[in-house]
Design a binder for this molecule. Structure first.
Ligand SMILES: *Cc1c(COP(=O)(O)O)cnc(C)c1O
Length: 474
């Protein structure tokens, strides 16, 4: 058997199965319809003693997974914040796998280092972030938080006379993180991983729209003014898409010597649209930003992006120099200087491909189109009998809920009704929505990030919710 014949059956199967899946998922189910037990029964067998044929393995994996996949690659997936994959980005990701490149150092894979260098620069240009900022392509926004907050931790403690890289946190001055109480859960995990502890987060009550107010921030900063401080701001709340007012808050925090970090997992991309860019005015003044490639940019999983305005702090918190067996580049960019990982996937190719496929105008159009679909969905669902719009989308996220028609139904009954309608939609497979508890009430989130969602998908999803409302009964 030649190498060629060894690869071909497996790769050809994967290619054919992928194309067939991407065609079917457009019209097919948006939710899985196989139970955990059924999936276990298919996958769980004694580990083979002898190796098996590659092509057959690929076919068997696809057979076993069928019905256990969610339609995130289709157009009717509105759960969490999940984008699809642009054709060129998916193909570039396949290539990165075939090339098997380790994007740790320039020496490991020169092309992987250079494509990241260019993609990183393009992203800074697109998002209008400082051209001198450093960046890293990581697994997701949470790990981008870890990366940025490691730089922040280094910088605020250095200012307090403490070298955290050398001495660690035991005995260090306490670092506090001031933010709105509606911050994303990934921040808690990042903060715990960094040893700062969830207790270092100081949540402030936001205004009615969900924005941190200058008064609240000023008061918090004035209290214990010498504490090493990170201010965390939100560019696109996960439930409502709301933005903190950067033009007011960033200079305020900077004046008080705080490091300003911005969670822009999806919202940062709104800056590329002339219709929404004003929401991000002033965001460029922060010290670090995170966003995702796998949400609104429609790059395949996984891809998060960390950008840091102070490269010295970023590098000091990540770089590992002096390891005798590594080859460091003198003129090129070694990703290990900026990334928390050692060995890693060459994520730059898919990002580069997505940016080329969309272009500036295509990206702006994608942002506008998905925001329009989100508005249509929320309005259409909100107009159904017994439905209510809780938050109309600021960008591509909105909230609705469903009211129990029984006279005198209490808040718990409304929550149950909302969950019951969501269950019905999920069972139908016509669309995929997820829930949230927002300010004490159960809501259904409406989130549109996929390039693949069209008018037909939106209309079909609204019909599906209408049918689910009817089935959920009174
Ligand atoms: C999705 C999300 C995150 C976490 O991103 P991952 O890519 O899943 O790690 C953080 N913040 C916000 C606002 C998000 O929407």
């Amino acid at each position: 058997m030649t190498d060629e014949t060894r690869y071909r059956p497996a790769l050809q199967r994967a290619f054919d199965l992928s194309l067939a899946y991407l065609k079917d998922v457009k019209e097919g189910r948006a939710s899985a319809d196989r139970s955990c037990e059924e999936l276990r029964a298919r996958f769980d067998r004694p580990m083979p003693i002898d190796g098996e044929d590659p092509g057959t393995i690929v076919s068997k994996i696809a057979e076993a997974a069928a019905g256990g996949l969610t339609g995130t690659a289709g157009g009717r997936f509105f759960g969490w914040v999940i984008g699809g994959s642009l054709p060129s980005a998916l193909a570039a990701d396949w290539l990165a796998g075939a090339w098997d490149q380790n994007a740790a150092l320039y020496a490991c894979s020169p092309a992987s280092a250079v494509v990241e260098e260019v993609a990183g620069r393009w992203i800074k240009e697109l998002l209008e972030l400082p051209s001198g900022a450093s960046f890293a392509f990581v697994t997701g926004c949470q790990m981008a938080h870890v990366t940025c907050l490691a730089a922040a931790r280094h910088a605020v403690l250095e200012k307090a006379g403490w070298d955290v890289g050398e001495r660690g946190l035991a005995g260090a001055p306490a670092v506090r993180i001031i933010t709105s109480s509606e911050y994303h859960g990934s921040i808690t995990r990042a903060v715990k991983l960094l040893g700062l502890g969830a207790g270092s987060i100081l949540p402030l009550p936001p205004d009615g729209e969900g924005r941190l107010t200058p008064d609240a921030l000023e008061r918090a900063l004035r209290d214990r003014p010498d504490d090493p401080t990170i201010v965390l701001l939100q560019a696109g709340d996960v439930n409502t898409g709301v933005f903190d007012p950067f033009t007011d808050l960033v200079p305020l925090a900077r004046r008080r010597g705080a490091w300003v970090h911005v969670d822009g997992a999806f919202g940062l991309w709104a800056r590329t649209s002339p219709a929404f860019r004003h929401l991000l005015d002033g965001v460029e003044g922060a010290d670090s930003w995170t966003t995702d490639g796998h949400k609104w940019l429609n790059v395949p999983y996984d891809c998060g992006i960390a950008v840091v305005a102070r490269p010295e702090a970023h590098r000091a918190s990540m770089s590992l120099r002096g390891e005798s067996y590594l080859d460091y580049a003198s003129k090129a960019r070694d990703q290990m200087d900026w990334n928390p990982e050692f060995s890693r996937r060459a994520r730059g190719f898919a990002v580069y491909a997505a940016l080329c496929e969309l272009g500036r105008s295509g990206l702006a159009e994608l942002i506008d189109r998905t925001c329009r679909h989100a508005r249509t969905l929320v309005a259409g669902i909100g107009a159904l009998a017994g439905a209510e719009v809780v938050r109309a989308p600021v960008i591509n996220q909105g909230l609705v809920r469903f009211l129990d028609p029984a006279p005198g139904a209490d808040a718990a009954a409304q929550d149950r009704r909302t969950d019951a309608v969501m269950d019905e939609v999920l069972r139908s497979g016509e669309a995929f929505f997820t829930g949230t508890t927002w300010r004490g009430r159960r809501c259904m989130r409406v989130s549109v990030s996929s390039w693949r969602t069209g008018e037909d998908d939106v209309a079909r999803a609204i019909r599906a919710v209408g049918a689910a409302v009817a089935r959920a009964g009174a």
